[in-house]
Design a protein around this ligand. Sequence first.
Ligand SMILES: C[S@@+](CC[C@H](N)C(=O)[O-])C[C@H]1O[C@@H](n2cnc3c(N)ncnc32)[C@H](O)[C@@H]1O
Length: 273
Amino acid sequence: MSHRPAWAPDEIDLERPAPARMYDYYLGGSHNFAADRDLAEKALGAWPELPQVTRANRAFLRRAVTFLAGRGIGQFLDLGSGIPTVGNVHEIVAAVNPRARTVYVDSDPVAVAHSRVLLAETPNARFVHADLRDPDRVLADPALDGFLDFGRPVAVLMFAVLHFVPDTDDPAGVVAAYRRASAAGSYLAVSHGTRDYFPERIRSLEQVYSRSSATMTMRSHAEITALMSGYELVPPGLTDMTRWRPDEEAALPDPLDGDVKRYSGYGAVGRLE
Ligand SMILES: C[S@@+](CC[C@H](N)C(=O)[O-])C[C@H]1O[C@@H](n2cnc3c(N)ncnc32)[C@H](O)[C@@H]1O
């Protein structure tokens, strides 16, 4: 039996690994339990670069969100936001626009507990405990009411989360529902794992994740492009995430020395015309 820390809500099954806490483990966080760490170690057996991959994903998130704030976007809906870590969306955008508003959405109870604590004193950010596969429920949440104005451009963020929505749950339909709710001039930012480079390795990883609380479905470049249909992708389009507008000034721009295959993740930002 795992020890239950004071911050862990009773509803969490400590013995059931969860992708949010495994991701926290790869990032070097402390909001994970023995069962999460055990399965995360198996995932690392299949894909040893996962710590670098998760950091590259966070770096892409930072560049994409900074880009969007620079384009004048002042409202962010971060779907599958995860357990708070270094450089959360509301903190990144505040550096460009201190009045920008962020709503975080996640279904993981640990992400819920930590986000609520972090945001208690943060007037420009809110949290919704919901499943992003239910857009009507998310968009009708009282937390959004009077806080995000969907009559004006908004950025919908889906970083490293669509690969937890299996084809049977109609990811294209889910993305389209958020798109239909968004005004012209809105954006969608996506990062997504791919099986294009190492299909065998990715299959092993998907098998590891089948023992967690969510399944993993890595997709091809064409499939991820299709998920973003209806959006005009800003240059350079859907590309290896480390190659999306790289920050030449970053201390460690590319820890895997430009070997994009070892990241096996694409990123893109699209605009709704
Ligand atoms: C790999 S983490 C990514 C976190 C963050 N977006 C990032 O890129 O750093 C995936 C997150 O999506 C959440 N998630 C997965 N499926 C979800 C769903 N159907 N609804 C809401 N959140 C979900 C998980 O709980 C987890 O926190």
